[in-house]
Structures are given as structure tokens and as C-alpha cells.
Design a protein around this ligand. Structure first.
Ligand code: GDP
Length: 456
């Protein structure tokens, strides 16, 4: 008889960060596309909000670079939304949701402000990362080698193209060293915990992508294996990525499950706008494989998901669920204990509000907290802080502020609902909307100062 060992190793969760236009989205698309085109070799499992690349596919893509016998981790799960914003605001038990990161740097452009911000965040959270030196194909005289490992591709380049690329790569290695990281070209790195590996890649031709996946796999296997152990029967734990209305299901939650198992019918506790939501899972949904998508049905139902996985949860009462909030399955313990746990986790990110102040809306709990911190530093009081798009209610509340300078809504990475737009046209409320926190606050402060000057 086989013994149920109860533990298994889960897929490490990977985030992609970097400066705008350096190629984060293109790289994710290419990784996904290259994996799909590997066809029969396991290909990729469709997920919500994340892409799972199994070891089998990585090893087919990487050829001689990967011996699957060297690994027992099942593959890599890439979070589909790139950017350090989603990285720093998506948490798992207080830490970052992603276990490991890819920092994308345009090989011609080198370090830019958001590269430095991303590095600060990675350093602060102690997240291991590799650098993808992207757009290698733009090197003058480049001879493209579709999908090849980078060293094989380099062998096909002229000496001139190779030395021009090298010059740019060493520039990036120097910039990493300026901010305190020892780094080198990945094939010269002996110990990836001590040195950051720099992998030249192209999101256009997929050159170097096999190497990037290999390095991520190796890094996880060597240094994260212990943390990847999960109890296959343990209660599922996850993080809300997004709350979405879905035809036929009402409000649903897109989530990444990072521990245990989540089953259809489970009672779950999810962080909500007011109180934690206690509800029962009605359906667990995954996207249908592309070939099978029919117009009427985008999703297929699954009975359970085991970490790490991206999944859509359909259940009653999810309207108030918050992006960034924790999800916990109730199993083998009283529901009150789980509610208390979710409350405690949310309390860590509670925002202090005042009688008179501005209205703040943000896309996730983490970004709301970041906004609140920044506003506290600027001594701007907050009357109401909430996750979600700007609604008519927000306009009405902003209008009740006593001081004129507080009749304002600061929206971070959110949309304005159509009916709120109409209200704003007539209301005595100013809207500030931006997806960079410091710019948002700067715009607001400029407005306040100009007003004061005008009144003098
Ligand atoms: P993001 O803002 O970091 O997500 O960057 P995008 O993925 O949107 O890429 C920005 C621009 O760079 C787009 O026009 C892409 O087509 C282009 N781009 C991205 N990666 C590469 C690459 O490897 N080679 C070339 N030639 N262009 C690229």
C-alpha cells in the first residue's frame, strides 16, 4: 500500500519587474508563446492571472541546458501582471507573494528610475532575482537566432555585434555593483545566492529565454526548495488579485493560491471592505485551453486546485472582496479562528482616517497602504480610504469635506465609473488620478499651493 506522504513541492511564484518600456509585457508574452509552441511537451496549464510553465516544457525549451533529473520542483508560475507595483502590493502572510523575480533591463537603456525602485523593493523584501538584459536583438549587426539559448546565438554573431552587446552588458553589471550587488554574466556565476546572474535575452526573437528559465529553475531548486514544501491536504491560502463581475457568476475573485489545497464547496474567509467575508465556494474556474474556447464558455470548472495556482473563485457575497486581501480555507478549525486571522492580517494594513480629509481610492490593499503612508508623510489627512474604482459615493463623501483643499479624490491605478464621471462634472470636487504614487501626491500638493497663493 502506498503511504500518503502529505507533502509535496509547489511551483515557485515568479514576478517580472523593471522600468516602463523595457519589455516586461513582451517578455511574459514570449515566454508564454514559446512554451505553448512546444506543444506536446506538457505545454502550459492555463491559469487565471498567472502562467504555469511545467519543468517538462522548460527542459524541452532549454535542451542541453536542463537535465530534468536535477530538479524536483514542478516548474515556474509567472504572475501575469508585470511591474513592481503588483509585486510590492501582493502579499502572502505579510511577505511578498512572489518567491523570486526577473528584473528586466533594456540592454541599450541600462538602469532607469523604476529599475532602481524595483531593486530597492527586491532588496527590502529579500527576494532573489535575476536580470534579463532585454532587447539583445537590437544590437547593431545582430543575426537573429530564433529561440536559441544565448550562447549558441552568440556563436552566430559577428565579433563586432558580440563586443557591442558585451559593452552594454558590462555597463549593467557595473550599475548593479553601484547599488551594492555583485553580478556577472550568468554563465560565469558559480553561486547565484552571492552573485546576480545577468541573462541577455530578446523578447522579440526568444533568444536567451531558455537560459532565463533555466537560471530561474536552478535558483529555485538550490535556494528555495525548503520553502516550496506544502501539505497537499492543508487548507488553501491565497491572495486576491482582482475582483471581477463575470457573466453568469456575479462578483468573482481572481486569486493566486500559494499554499495547501482549495476545493469546490470549501468554506473560505476573504478580506472584505468592511468585515472579512465568510462564504462557500460555488465554482472554481480556469480558462479553457485556447483551442477549446467556444463563444459562450470562457471557463472550465475544476474540482480543486493545489498551490501554486491561479484560479477564479465564484461564491456568494464577493462584491466587497478586496484586491490584495488574504484568502483562507476553513478546514479542521473553527471559522471564528480563521476570521480572526484574516482580521489580524488586514489590521497590519489599516489606514488611519480623520474627520476631515481627502478621499483615497487604490487598486489593491497594498497600494492603498503605500498611498496612506505617503500622504501621512506629506501631512495630508484622509477621510476615507478604500480599494476599488471611483464611484458616485466617493464623490458625495469628498464633497462633505469642510476644508476646500480636502474636497479631493486621489485615485491610484483605478478607473472612474461612468456615473461617478457625471457627478464629478457638477460636484465641487477635484479628481487626481495617476499610477505613480509620488506624482499623484505632487499633483495634489501643487493644486493646494496654487490655491493658497491665489487666495493671498
Ligand atoms: P513594458 O512597459 O516593460 O511592459 O514594455 P513592453 O513589453 O510594452 O515593450 C515596450 C516596447 O519595446 C514595445 O514596443 C516592444 O515591442 C519593444 N520590445 C520589447 N522587448 C523587445 C525586444 O526584445 N526586442 C525588440 N527589438 N523590441 C522589444
Amino acid at each position: 500500500m502506498t503511504q500518503d506522504t502529505r507533502t509535496t513541492l509547489r511551483t515557485p511564484i515568479v514576478a517580472v519587474l523593471g522600468h516602463v518600456d523595457h519589455g516586461k509585457t513582451s517578455l511574459l508574452d514570449k515566454i508564454r508563446g514559446s512554451a505553448v509552441s512546444e506543444g506536446e511537451a506538457g505545454a502550459i496549464t492555463q491559469h487565471i492571472g498567472a502562467t504555469d510553465i511545467p519543468l517538462e516544457t522548460i527542459s524541452t525549451m532549454a535542451g542541453e541546458l536542463v537535465d530534468p533529473d536535477d530538479f524536483d520542483l514542478p516548474g515556474l508560475l509567472f504572475i501575469d501582471t508585470p511591474g513592481h507595483h503588483s509585486f510590492s502590493t501582493l502579499r502572502a502572510r505579510g511577505g511578498a507573494l512572489a518567491d523570486i523575480a526577473v528584473l528586466v533591463v533594456d540592454v541599450n537603456d541600462g538602469f532607469q528610475p523604476q529599475t532602481e525602485e524595483a531593486i530597492d523593493i527586491l532588496r527590502r523584501t529579500g527576494t532573489p532575482f535575476v536580470v534579463a538584459a532585454n532587447k539583445a536583438d537590437t544590437t547593431p549587426g545582430w543575426n537573429p537566432q530564433e529561440g536559441e539559448p544565448i550562447q549558441r546565438s552568440l556563436a552566430a554573431q559577428s565579433d563586432r555585434a558580440e563586443s557591442m552587446l558585451n559593452e552594454n552588458l558590462y555597463e549593467i553589471i557595473g550599475q548593479l555593483s553601484d547599488v551594492g550587488f555583485s553580478a556577472d554574466l550568468y554563465w560565469r556565476v558559480q553561486d547565484f545566492q552571492k552573485n546576480i546572474g545577468v541573462v541577455p535575452v530578446s523578447a522579440m526573437t526568444a533568444e536567451g529565454i531558455p537560459d532565463l528559465l533555466t537560471v530561474l529553475m536552478g535558483l529555485s531548486q538550490r535556494f528555495m526548495r525548503e520553502e516550496m514544501a506544502i501539505d497537499v491536504h492543508g487548507p488553501g491560502e491565497g491572495t486576491v488579485l482582482e475582483v471581477k463581475d463575470e457573466r453568469g457568476f456575479g462578483a468573482t475573485v481572481d486569486a493566486v493560491i500559494y499554499d495547501g489545497v482549495l476545493r469546490n464547496g470549501d468554506t473560505v474567509v476573504i478580506g472584505g471592505q468592511n468585515e472579512p467575508i465568510v462564504t462557500e465556494v460555488r465554482a472554481l474556474l480556469r480558462p479553457r485551453p485556447l483551442a477549446e474556447i467556444r463563444t459562450e464558455k470562457k471557463f472550465e470548472k475544476v474540482a480543486e486546485v493545489t498551490a501554486a495556482a491561479g484560479v477564479k473563485i465564484a461564491a456568494p457575497d464577493l462584491d466587497d472582496a478586496m484586491a490584495g486581501a488574504p484568502i483562507r480555507v476553513v478546514r479542521d478549525r473553527p471559522v471564528e479562528d480563521v476570521v480572526a486571522e484574516v482580521k489580524a492580517e488586514l489590521a497590519e494594513i489599516e489606514v488611519e482616517t480623520a474627520e476631515d480629509g481627502v478621499v483615497v481610492k487604490a487598486d489593491t490593499l497594498g497600494s492603498l497602504e503605500a498611498m496612506a503612508d505617503a500622504l501621512r508623510e506629506s501631512e495630508v489627512p484622509i477621510m476615507r480610504a478604500e480599494v476599488g474604482d471611483i464611484a458616485p459615493r466617493d464623490v458625495a463623501i469628498a464633497e462633505t469635506a469642510n476644508q476646500q483643499e480636502h474636497k479631493a479624490i486621489l485615485g491610484f491605478n483605478v478607473d472612474v465609473l461612468a456615473n461617478a464621471k457625471r457627478e464629478l462634472e457638477t460636484a465641487d470636487v477635484t479628481l487626481y488620478s495617476n499610477d505613480v504614487i509620488y506624482q499623484l501626491i505632487e499633483n495634489y500638493e501643487t493644486f493646494v499651493e496654487e490655491r493658497k497663493r491665489a487666495q493671498q
